[in-house]
Design a protein around this ligand. Structure first.
Ligand code: NDP
Length: 574
């Protein structure tokens, strides 16, 4: 039955409430990311320690030379390495802070970890590995195993170096190689360096007064301490557990805690939008019938598809830009009100249901999908502490304090997220002429395709700003990996040694990024979160390329068609 058409004032009133809720939050917070800290040293150093690295062997510092060196061993490195191997490249080294490959899926082993992108799209290289995922949505352990399988298939373990953090990456003009220093005393040399450090890799904590005084146990979601909780959380049966944050990580963790822990307190600042998650085991009959190359064909379809989102459908037939925008917003609000109705249907206590309702446009924050999160709040051992936009600002030795009440906890879990899309985390990148990448970017990010940046020869960046953003991140990373492998291949095939993007090509892309950003006020009107730089104003070039994924992919191809025009290419000088 078609829904009755609602008058415009219905939507306007909801938009007013969105604005009110955004302003409330901005009023409470220090500007931008200042409220967070990712400098996990001193009293906070324990939050960065890798709980999965056991019995790490000591080794001698490495001073050898490789052709390609990846900083980071997650999907960026794995996907690009696969393509490099296919093109015959032999000497590939991954340098990784963790004790294995896997990146996000190495670190995020919290209970309930799973991916919200359909597995047949998210898990890459399924044709190459002849693998079909077990479920429609993959769980964390399956994805981590898949990463390991890729590393085995493409012989990436041989030269890999784990438990090692790159601290400096410096272009040496004399030998025309990158010199890569690490916290293990290495000075490795490499012709090509690929920054594959991930988009959300460095954990951050909300900087809360008194957090170091907490007398119980605590950790960040990406450093889950199974020694403390037990493999199946069985040690939590007699424990009072608190979790700060209600983003995508917490939404997956809370239902698992709820099943076991004595008491669970969920400290919420802003609720996530929670929709249904349609999951099922892979149909073996379907899997059996898959023809070789099936995933590749699926991927081509994605690239060819006209982006036909909820909002774009709503905008069809609009007569003016204003009407188009209004239709988009109204369709978005209809979606969010459906999310609200779902909460009322599932959560028994009306006050709790109200507190769980997100008051912002869809996609202002990372949408979540879970069938057990909302029902958890009907359990007698689960308590929502809604801080109504304020957040937890004080922690005593007993636990978080809000509104004059102290919540005594045995375990406090920080589900407070990660630093976003920074290039060169833990690492100083110094290009030709001694220029530090951060100094170059201080005047505004400058890249070609988010991948190349002038003055940093033979350096490639993956997952950084000025690239297209895709909900299916591996899709985006695969296009970058394909592009990088093709560029390296071009250098080798033409007996060049060095590739550096020309200033004009870089300027063209910066303008392209600027032109496609800020088409609507959406980001400025959104409630603060990492999608809109926590509500901070941002230079137009300091974000993702919003011209569309297909266009981004096509631009990559166009850049490669004119390698000599877009890059300075030179043979080795010495
Ligand atoms: P987020 O950055 O998304 O969430 C951080 C949370 O901490 C927010 O709810 C934030 O509130 C809250 N917070 C921060 N400070 C305080 C405070 N002082 N008091 C109370 N709450 C506070 O981090 P996540 O780790 O949840 O997710 C990061 C990203 O990782 C996701 O967006 C997603 O891209 C990815 N991910 C994907 C998953 C999947 O595929 N299913 C699963 C997990 C993560 P506020 O909103 O008010 O800022």
């Amino acid at each position: 039955m078609p829904r009755p058409k609602r008058p415009q004032h219905y939507y306007d009133e909801i938009k007013d409430k969105f604005r009110e809720q955004r302003n409330l939050r901005l009023g409470y917070r220090p500007p931008g990311t200042d409220q967070y800290t990712s400098e996990l040293s001193g009293d906070l150093a324990k939050y960065a320690v890798d709980p999965y690295a056991k019995d790490v062997p000591t080794r001698e510092p490495i001073t050898d030379e490789v052709e390609v060196l990846f900083i980071g061993g997650g999907f960026s490195a794995l996907l690009t390495s696969a393509r490099l191997r296919e093109r015959g490249l032999e000497s590939i080294r991954i340098v990784e802070r963790g004790s294995d490959v896997g990146g996000t899926w190495y670190w995020n082993r919290y209970p309930g970890a799973a991916c919200d992108v359909v597995s047949y799209d998210y898990l890459p290289l399924l044709d190459e590995l002849d693998y079909v995922p077990v479920n429609h949505y993959s769980r964390g352990p399956e994805i981590f195993s898949h990463c390991q399988a890729i590393a085995h298939k493409y012989n990436l373990y041989d030269l890999a170096v784990f438990n090692t953090t790159v601290t400096e990456t410096r272009w040496d003009q004399a030998d025309q190689l990158w010199h890569v220093k690490t916290d293990q005393g290495d000075v490795m040399r490499a012709q090509f360096v690929i920054c594959a450090n991930g988009t959300l890799a460095k954990p951050k904590l909300s900087a809360i007064e008194g957090m170091e005084s907490f007398a119980g146990h605590s950790f960040h979601t990406s450093r889950w301490d199974y020694d403390y909780t037990g493999e199946n959380l069985e040690h939590l049966r007699d424990k009072v557990v608190g979790i700060i944050g209600t983003g995508a990580s917490a939404v997956q963790i809370v239902p698992e805690l709820a099943k076991v822990a004595k008491e669970v307190f969920v400290f919420q600042r802003t609720p996530s939008s929670i929709d249904i998650r349609d999951d099922w085991p892979t149909d073996p009959n379907w899997a059996r019938k898959l023809q070789p190359g099936w995933q590749h064909k699926r991927r081509e379809k994605v690239l060819a598809a006209v982006e036909n989102s909820l909002e774009k459908r709503a905008a069809k037939g609009a007569t003016s830009p204003e009407e188009k925008l209004r239709k988009q917003e109204n369709a978005n609000i209809d979606y969010m009100m459906r999310i609200h109705r779902r909460i009322d249907e599932i959560v028994d206590d009306p006050a709790t249901a109200d507190a769980l309702k997100p008051w912002y446009m869809f996609m202002c924050k990372r949408p979540c999908f879970h069938n057990e999160y909302l029902p958890s709040f009907n359990l007698p051992n689960v308590h929502l502490v809604d801080t109504q936009g304020q957040g937890i600002t004080q922690i005593s030795p007993q636990g978080p304090v809000f509104d004059g009440k102290e919540y005594g906890l045995d375990l406090l879990i920080y589900a407070t997220g990660f630093e976003v899309q920074q290039t060169g985390i833990y690492n100083d990148i110094v290009g030709a002429g001694g220029v530090n990448l951060q100094d170059k970017y201080a005047q505004g990010i400058r890249t070609l395709l988010g991948i190349h940046t002038a003055g940093f020869p033979n350096l490639f960046i993956m997952g950084g700003y000025q690239a297209s953003f895709q909900f299916n991140l591996t899709e985006m990373l695969q296009t970058q990996g394909d592009h990088i492998a093709a560029c390296i291949d071009y250098v080798r095939a033409n007996d060049y040694h060095v590739l550096d993007v020309k200033d004009e090509a870089e300027e063209w892309w910066v303008q392209n990024v600027i032109q496609h950003r800020g088409k609507t006020n959406r980001s400025e009107e959104c409630t603060p979160g990492y999608y809109n730089f926590e509500g901070n104003e941002q230079r137009r070039q300091d974000g993702n390329y919003n011209g569309g994924f297909r266009q981004y992919f096509q631009h990559q191809g166009q850049v490669r068609e004119k390698m000599e025009d877009n890059f300075h290419l030179a043979a080795r000088e010495n």
